[in-house]
Ligand binder design. Structure first.
Ligand SMILES: [Zn+2]
Length: 325
């Protein structure tokens, strides 16, 4: 059964808003787009993996998509599992790679060399990556005094069009690199290897709730990541019809001066955009500047209608905009 579903990561949402709102001729725009496309491809690969995992029997398999857990040796750092499968007899960590092109797994130099259109590019060796995660998970399980359970690791290549070659230096580890469509067979092989039941129902329950409790989604400051200044971001609520045109607030409605359409809820997306780009904690005045609104009380009413209530008094009061989970 699925214990944690995969949702669109905050980083991806932040990329989308940044690309919508960065000044159109900004020098960093191309770089942001390239990074966004890579990140999106990774997320799509993970969604493909979820499809293959759905073939597993529901009762014995407890599946967690996308976990990010504080490390035992340093709780300011995290280890991230693309997918984690918990079974009464074993567990599996899955690292997903959604790379297209000719892939050469080069263990000796800790890299994948990807050749596409005559261009070589390198990526970290995912077998090494997943082994490091295994070490962190093992420490985490020991810290929480759970019974010692075998931890298996797999690297799943989700893009069916990639051409895979593996360096002989991998030895037995080569068997950890598989394609998505063979995943459920591979898991059944592991199931045959592990005969002893180690985790009772209550232990599975305990591990599950600990993982969910400690999961901390990655929440990067995307403006800082690309050295973008506040002034380089377009403000205003955009017209959902003709996009990228700031709406004006007239008589409890948002009016587009370009297509003349009116909207009731156009502020909702803009307020979330503000939270994603700048900060989820905001003062009335900052949000008014962003939404091009003059009246303090009308914004207050809008925020109340979204169930957002002020913290603190008068001018110092702040609102906390909830980020998607
Ligand atoms: Zn419009």
């Amino acid at each position: 059964m699925i214990k944690k579903t995969r949702t669109k990561p905050l980083k991806l949402l932040k990329f989308e808003v940044l690309l919508e709102r960065i000044l159109p001729n900004h020098t960093q725009k191309q770089l942001i787009e390239t990074n966004y496309r890579k990140y999106l491809a990774g997320f799509r690969g993970e969604l493909t993996l979820d499809y293959f995992l759905s073939e597993l029997p529901q009762d014995d398999y407890h599946i967690f998509h996308d976990l990010r857990i504080p490390r035992y040796d340093n709780n300011q750092l995290y280890f991230q599992l693309d997918a984690f499968i918990l079974h009464p007899r074993f567990c599996i960590i899955i690292e997903v790679k959604n790379l297209i092109g000719n892939l050469y797994f080069d263990h000796q130099y800790d890299q994948i060399v990807r050749t596409r259109g005559g261009i070589d590019e390198t990526f970290p060796d995912p077998v090494n990556q997943v082994e490091i995660q295994k070490k962190h998970l093992s420490n985490w399980l020991i810290k929480h005094k759970t019974p010692l359970i075998p931890i298996h690791t797999l690297v799943v290549i989700t893009n069916p069009k990639s051409y895979i070659r593996i360096s002989p230096k991998y030895g037995k580890n080569a068997r950890k690199i598989i394609r998505g469509r063979t995943l459920s067979n591979k898991i059944k092989e592991i199931e045959k290897l592990e005969a002893e039941v180690i985790l009772q129902k209550r232990e599975i329950k305990k591990i599950s709730s600990l993982l969910l409790k400690e999961h901390t989604p990655l929440n990067p400051n995307i403006l800082k990541l690309f050295n973008i200044h506040r002034d380089e971001i377009l403000t205003g609520a955009f017209c959902p019809n003709c996009t990228q045109v700031a709406l004006i607030r007239i008589k409890r409605n948002w009016l587009c001066t370009s297509c003349s359409k009116t909207f009731i809820n156009a502020h909702k997306k803009a307020i979330l955009d503000y939270a994603l780009l700048f900060s989820p904690v905001v003062k009335n005045k900052d949000l008014r500047t962003f939404l091009h609104m003059e009246s303090q009380s009308s914004l207050k009413k809008l925020l109340y209608s979204m169930n957002l209530k002020p913290n603190g008094s008068r001018k110092a009061a702040t609102y906390t905009i909830p980020l998607p989970k």
